[in-house]
Write a protein that binds this ligand. Sequence first.
Ligand code: SAM
Length: 219
Amino acid sequence: MAFKFVDNYRERGARKKLVTQLRDERKIEDKRVLDAIGKVQRHFFFDETFWNQAYRDIAFPIGEGQTISQPYTVAYQTQLLNIREGDKVLEIGTGSGYQTCILLELGAVVYTIERQEKLYQRAKLFLTKMGYRPNFFLGDGSRGIAECAPYDKILVTAGAPFVPEIMLKQLKVGGTMVIPVGDEKSQKMVTVMRVSDTDYERIELDTFRFVPLVGDQAW
Ligand code: SAM
């Protein structure tokens, strides 16, 4: 595959249109999230042959049976996280690394983990070329990353059968996790806030369809 890092007027225009669509049709309200989507060059994650698909509001195959998430899904999950400058964020499922870039644009310090080695290597290479510097990990993220905890926010970008308890314990008090939970066909977006050492508040939101979270505390 031929990957190229050029931002032409056509791609810039398409990116602007996507932001307008997310704001006006999909009702994403957080301006900081929209600005981040307006900045990150999503076509860099696609072979040049498919640049005409990069700013459509669709998920797209990235190899290894995985997808780059739909822009609406990225905007929706990121908006729920309410990222503040300097937040320490754990992302489970690096995939292409696109969502990672959005978190970094919002000023987060990102710890991102991917279980598929090819995707991990590619995201590491691409993001470094693009000037993004998260902390990359390879392995099963369904147990979180205990050695770097606690986190202000945890974002799971694959569909889980349940909320892993071990991951919840890695949240700071006052911290929030966003995770899609359900079966193989559809998942509810769930937010869990840690309100004290022992208490959590859980809210179920809209329905989505993610690739499965695979691992010890997953499928
Ligand atoms: N956020 C990504 C992006 O912007 O491209 C999309 C992620 S894709 C929908 C979900 C990713 O989660 C896949 O790359 C998959 O390999 C990864 N994944 C699934 N189970 C995992 C696990 N237990 N630990 C780490 N990554 C996992």
